[in-house]
Design a binder for this molecule. Structure first.
Ligand code: F0G
Length: 460
């Protein structure tokens, strides 16, 4: 491995311990904080400007140049090509969407949607999974595991099937959207429905990883986040390498926001972008730990160059346990109360002068209906980015004339129950969304008879 100028480094500024990339770690063995993958940039063949990456696209008959992750490999060069596990991930779309711009109150031409649902398993996770599996292959792992609200398990299952590894996934009992569960089962993952929620699954999978020496691909795995950095490169590419004013993404376990902040920090340091965009991370109000810690006057938690009040996070998690406070949102993908990447997300917010907001389920579902109505579609969690943008425009934090990119993290077909529930009003009782459904598109029952059908079509 010594031929790669990359290493792992503890993010704790008072520790900073470093480890070889051949080590399988999900936390610093010295202090327990998260690890980053870092590079000796001067030893890497970096492009002079980002548009130079276009040269890889010219040779896209090669799988690694076709991959929307690995065609930027100079910026995540931790692994020899022979180990790379690619499924053609990252062929995703940055779509200007004036209909949604209008909905959120932005000027025409200023709102773009980055549709990561176009990935092989239908979510952004594939960007990270190709990187984690490449590392897993490099270190000779054979059994790969995760805890998941659904998309990580679907993605893991697909990559494990392709790589010939054993897939073990933990999902909260009854908490996972059907499209995602269907994928995990179909791709052959051993799927354990733990009697608990995502946070329970996450705690148990860490224990199982240690007990059984499994390879963990949750976003505590620093290699996974390296893959997710490339979503931002494709956003820049889609804007002809211009930096937008805002990136808005949903916040769950906070892997994406952490990866985005890392990428922009690196690009700025390398002189490959003139400035860093602002970042908005959007929680659901039913799972708003980040929002609470960052915005409540009692904590106002900030990264502070790495010297932050980390005990405030522990105190919040303890309070959740003591009061038995559990997350609850129709955006099941982000129904997470103890995000594992909290520290890294705070760092990303500092790098990108970020803000955090929480939006209710009703706003998420209305925003989701608008994303669908204007031709893209997404699952509920993804629409938090659009609902959050609307809120931030209303607050005057995002200017109408600023250029905004909302990340649509998962495909429209991931959670058909939520979608049909919105349009017909028949929500799963557990997830009843209160409030109006102004964009509901009810199906019309019609007799099996042409005249009645014509009448129904003509009568609007
Ligand atoms: N959107 C979707 C569709 C997701 O599946 C997730 C996370 C997020 C947003 C949140 O992203 O964790 O990077 O802040 N899903 C994980 C899973 C937790 O298990 O599939 P994050």
């Amino acid at each position: 491995m010594a031929d790669k100028p990359a290493f792992q480094k503890c993010m704790n500024v008072d520790c900073g311990a470093t480890f070889d990339i051949s080590q399988v770690l999900v936390a610093c063995p010295k202090c327990g904080w998260l690890l980053d993958v870092q590079y000796e940039w001067e030893k890497l063949p970096l492009p002079n400007k980002l548009s130079d990456f276009a040269k890889h696209w010219a040779t896209r008959d090669k799988p690694l140049d076709f991959s929307g992750v690995w065609r930027f490999r100079e910026l995540l060069d931790f692994c020899d090509d022979r180990y790379k596990v690619s499924q053609g991930e990252g062929q995703t779309l940055l779509q200007r969407c004036d209909g949604v711009a209008d909905y959120v109150g932005a000027n025409k031409g200023n709102l773009h949607l980055q549709y990561e649902g176009m990935n092989p398993s239908g979510s952004f996770k594939d960007n990270g999974m190709t990187a984690a599996f490449s590392h897993a292959a490099m270190v000779g792992a054979t059994r790969v595991c995760c805890a998941s609200t659904g998309n990580t398990s679907a993605s893991l299952a697909r990559y494990a099937a392709a790589a010939g590894m054993e897939a073990i996934v933990f999902v909260g009992s009854g908490r996972i959207a059907f499209g995602k569960l269907a994928q995990a089962l179909d791709y052959g993952a051993r799927t354990f429905q733990i009697a608990g929620d995502f946070d329970d699954c996450m705690a148990r999978v860490k224990e199982a990883t240690e007990a059984l020496n499994l390879y963990l691909v949750n976003s505590v795995n620093p290699f996974r986040l390296e893959g997710q950095k490339t979503i931002m490169l494709r956003v820049l590419e889609g804007l002809n390498w211009q930096v937008p004013d805002w990136i808005v993404c949903p916040g769950g376990n906070l892997g994406n926001s952490s990866a985005f902040g890392k990428m922009f920090g690196e690009l700025k340091t390398l002189g490959l972008i003139p400035r860093v965009p602002r970042l908005a991370v959007i929680n659901s109000t039913g799972a708003a730990t980040l929002d609470r810690l960052v915005n409540s006057p009692q904590t106002l938690l900030r990264y502070n160059g790495g010297r932050f009040a980390r005990q405030a996070i522990c105190a919040d998690y303890d309070w959740q346990d003591k009061t038995n406070t559990k997350p609850h949102t129709i955006a099941s993908a982000i129904e997470i109360a103890k995000p594992v990447n909290m520290d890294k997300c705070l760092r990303a917010l500092e790098i990108c002068d970020g803000v955090v907001r929480a939006v209710p389920d009703e706003d998420i579902m209305n925003a989701k209906a608008q994303v669908g109505r204007h031709g893209l579609g997404c699952e509920p969690a993804s629409a938090a980015s659009v609902a959050g943008t609307k809120l931030l425009v209303e607050e005057g934090i995002i200017g109408r004339d600023e250029r905004v990119v909302c990340i649509l993290t998962g495909h429209a077909l991931k959670d058909p129950n939520a979608t049909v529930g919105y349009h017909t009003g028949e929500y799963d009782p557990d997830h009843k969304v209160k409030g109006d459904r102004p964009f509901a598109n009810m199906p019309t029952p019609v007799a099996n008879e042409l005249d009645a059908i014509i009448k129904a079509i003509e009568c609007k």
